[in-house]
Write a protein that binds this ligand. Structure first.
Ligand code: 3PG
Length: 384
């Protein structure tokens, strides 16, 4: 971005790809972290007199306009944060103003697997601008028209967020201080199989909590009652348990959980050991002994990466596990990185200080794929 600014952007049309994919409750943004993270780049361009056009997506609409996925509430919030009105539409921005294009995924070509279809949309986008700034770190792992293809059509630059994220995450891959501890949670073990396999070659300790822990517990031979379980992943996960042992990686699983009668904020629940989860109960959070265990395993770490909540933190009764892990990171002197929309949202929802962490990544899939050592198309295209 500094290169572009030093060339002078006054009156030039600059297309910025941002990741404004925020959680919404109706029209209300429940966590505006990604909108705030996109401000420094856009503001620098506006202040320098550029005509800024922002492209972004929201959710996964089916390639056609759908009011449920409109970026209109995001335009309002972005305008408030920038202190300048943000129009939503298809047009071109005027001097020093900002236009946010409506959800780019309303156009099926954005996410098409067909290179020619994506290139056609990229051509249309490129015709609206003189330069392209890639700043949507959360989406750089997607080979999509407004992330990847458009960079081939215009002079392209990394925005402040993309640069900052890549620099921090490189420390986790290139300049690592040990012990390196990774805490993984969240619900979908299948999304994280690749990263777990790769992490087993890198970490000293791997803590597994959240919904994905039950697939690990099952692979260890425990019954998990009505807890979330990905039956088809049990075999592969059993292989991970063996591999961890062979490699001398300490794989730490919950020893107790909060077992609830149903999935509800006020569900009746009790603390049970993980080898005694009743058939009619489901685990919705890690239990108190596990919270202590995980905190002790984080205490001497020099580097920590945490992705995924430890329980259903949206329900106050089941937020304790996530809070305990987040607090252990805040207390730690290690280099601590939080990755993933849900974990970052949890940090803010639980009222923890954002400056208690070395870095809170705006990327979920993107930060995980980075740690997996995968090439991120939206970063690679800038380097090329
Ligand atoms: C995210 O939320 O991780 C990014 O915005 C990417 O969204 P996607 O997973 O729908 O591509």
């Amino acid at each position: 971005l500094d290169d572009l600014l030093s060339e002078g952007v006054s009156g030039r049309r600059v297309l910025v790809r941002a990741d404004l994919n925020v959680p919404l409750d109706g029209d209300r943004i429940t966590d505006d972290g990604r909108v705030r993270a996109s401000v420094p780049t856009i503001k620098a361009l506006v202040d320098a007199g550029a005509r800024v056009l922002v492209a972004a997506h929201l959710g996964r609409p089916k390639g056609e306009p759908d009011p449920e996925f409109s970026l209109a509430p995001v335009a309002v919030r972005l305008g408030e944060l920038l202190g300048t009105p943000v129009e939503i539409g298809t047009g071109t921005a005027g001097d020093g103003t900002v236009v946010l294009l409506e959800n780019i995924r309303f156009d099926a070509r954005e996410t098409s697997k067909d290179d020619a279809e994506r290139a056609a949309l990229a051509d249309e986008l490129a015709a609206k601008a003189d330069a392209f700034v890639s700043d949507g770190f959360g989406v750089v792992h997607r080979k999509q028209a407004s992330v990847y293809d458009v960079a081939k059509k215009l002079p392209h630059y990394a925005g402040r967020l993309v640069l900052a994220e890549v620099e921090v995450l490189r420390k986790l891959t290139d300049d690592l201080q040990r012990p390196y501890v990774v805490a993984l949670g969240g619900s979908k073990v299948s999304d994280k199989l690749g990263v777990i396999k790769n992490l087993l070659t890198k970490v000293d300790r791997l803590l597994i909590g959240g919904g994905m822990a039950y697939t690990f517990l099952k692979a260890q031979g425990h019954e998990v009652g009505g807890s979330l379980l990905q039956e088809d992943q049990v075999e592969q996960v059993a292989g991970f348990l063996e591999e961890a042992e062979e490699r001398g990686v300490e794989l730490v699983l919950p020893v107790d959980v909060l077992a609830a009668a149903d999935f509800a904020p006020d569900a009746e629940h009790e603390v049970v050991a993980t080898d005694a989860i009743p058939a009619d109960r489901q685990g919705l959070d890690i239990g108190p002994a596990t919270r202590e265990l995980f905190a002790s395993k984080l205490a001497d770490a020099k580097t920590v990466f945490w992705n995924g909540p430890m329980g259903v933190f949206e329900f106050e009764a089941f937020a304790g596990g996530t809070r305990a892990v987040a607090e252990a990171l805040v207390k730690s002197d290690a280099f601590t990185v939080v990755g993933g929309g849900d974990s970052a949202a949890a940090v803010r929802a639980l009222g923890l200080p954002e400056d208690g962490f070395s870095h809170i990544s705006t990327g979920g899939g993107a930060s995980l794929e980075f740690l997996e050592g995968k090439e991120l198309p939206g970063v690679k295209v800038l380097e090329d």
